[in-house]
Design a protein around this ligand. Structure first.
Ligand code: TXA
Ligand code: MG
Length: 322
């Protein structure tokens, strides 16, 4: 836990228009005062992110939401009560005063109450909304440690609060509650099932076309390692091992099972069998494999179950061609 002087220093930097990276239970965020246009501009510059991609505003508790969003509908309130503080972002109708640079000029705003104790302490001390995307360069893998934030953004930011490894490891579930029917815009470890069971109604996931309009951050290559990355079905691994050529090595192979072939050119990485543990490890594993100068990363496909949906989504995105 950070001592109060570091939290106080971070809050002061935010008040002065600075950039502070901080841990949440999902991934590290790159924070700025959500009411300070100049400060928010720095987020986009540090990330090299296009200006039309809206940011999530983080607040300490429900009392702070009214400054940013219209009052929650009964359905939105149900989700808030069930999952906040936690790895959930709600898209709500915004208050007229919210800066266009935060919302990408849309009429809606993404709001999240994170539960990480350092994020909570920072938000309470700062006392207002903190706009924060994931603390990585645009399209890169999100950082789940303070070291990863430094690797991504280095000294372009004023302070990194170190909270160790993030508990969840994948970005929050985003649910659009701005219209009558709730729609999941980005899957996360709070599953669609969990959301429909709280709302007691079926919940749709956004089609890719709709996602492009509502969530500009979704349509480009995202969450991608630098090394070319492919998904591979379990049954295809033996054939790959038989046919791979010496000049295609070394490769990394992320699997659930044991090593099938011992070879100095193949770096086997055994991934967890439980979805939660897999999610926790995924980005950190991709980041460390990226440092190894392998020519290709192969990732064994994961189960089809609902609890793996967010992981499948990120693996799919990581494995699209650059
Ligand atoms: O777990 C998370 O959500 C992390 C932590 C730091 O909170 N944040 C995060 O932020 O992943 P970012 O900016 O990397 O991704 C947020 C996504 C973007 O794809 C953005 O387009 C979408 O949320 N978004 C934000 N505001 C929106 C809005 N008003 N309507 C639709 N999509 C929105
Ligand atoms: Mg991001």
């Amino acid at each position: 836990m950070k001592n109060t002087s570091q939290i106080e220093k971070a809050a002061q930097l935010l008040r002065a228009g600075g950039l502070v990276a901080f841990p949440t239970e999902t991934v590290y965020g790159l924070g700025a005062d959500a009411a300070n246009e100049e400060a928010i501009r720095k987020i986009f510059l540090a990330k090299e992110r296009p200006f039309d991609h809206p940011l999530i505003v983080h607040v300490a508790d429900l009392n702070q939401i009214n400054q940013w969003a219209q009052p929650l509908s009964p359905k939105a309130l149900k989700l808030a009560q069930a999952f906040w503080p936690g790895p959930l972002t709600l898209i709500l109708k915004k208050q007229p005063s919210v800066l266009d640079i935060v919302t990408g000029g849309q009429e809606t705003i993404g709001i999240r109450i994170p539960r990480h104790p350092i994020a909570q302490a920072l938000l309470h001390t700062f006392g207002s909304g903190i706009a924060a995307p994931s603390a990585n360069k645009f399209t890169h893998v999100s950082p789940t440690t303070a070291e990863a934030v430094f690797e991504e953004l280095g000294t372009t930011i004023d302070l990194i609060l170190d909270g160790g490894a993030c508990e969840v490891g994948l970005e929050s579930t985003i649910v659009d509650m701005s219209e009558d029917s709730p729609v999941i815009l980005r899957p996360g470890m709070i599953t669609k099932e969990a959301i429909s069971s709280v709302l007691n109604m079926p919940v749709l996931s956004s089609s890719p076309e709709k996602t492009i309009i509502k969530t500009p951050g979704m349509h480009h290559l995202h969450y991608a390692p630098h090394t070319p990355t492919s998904l591979i079905a379990s049954k295809d691994i033996p054939l790959l091992l038989q046919t791979i050529q010496a000049e295609e090595l070394p490769i990394a192979m992320l699997t659930h099972d044991q090593t099938l072939l011992l070879s100095s050119g193949i770096h086997w990485i055994k991934m967890p069998k439980e979805a939660e543990a897999y999610a926790h490890d995924l980005y950190q594993t991709l980041r460390s494999v990226d440092h190894e100068q392998v020519k290709h990363i192969f990732i064994e496909e994961v189960p089809e179950d609902m609890e793996w949906e967010a992981i499948r989504d990120r693996l799919f995105k990581a494995s699209r061609q650059r």
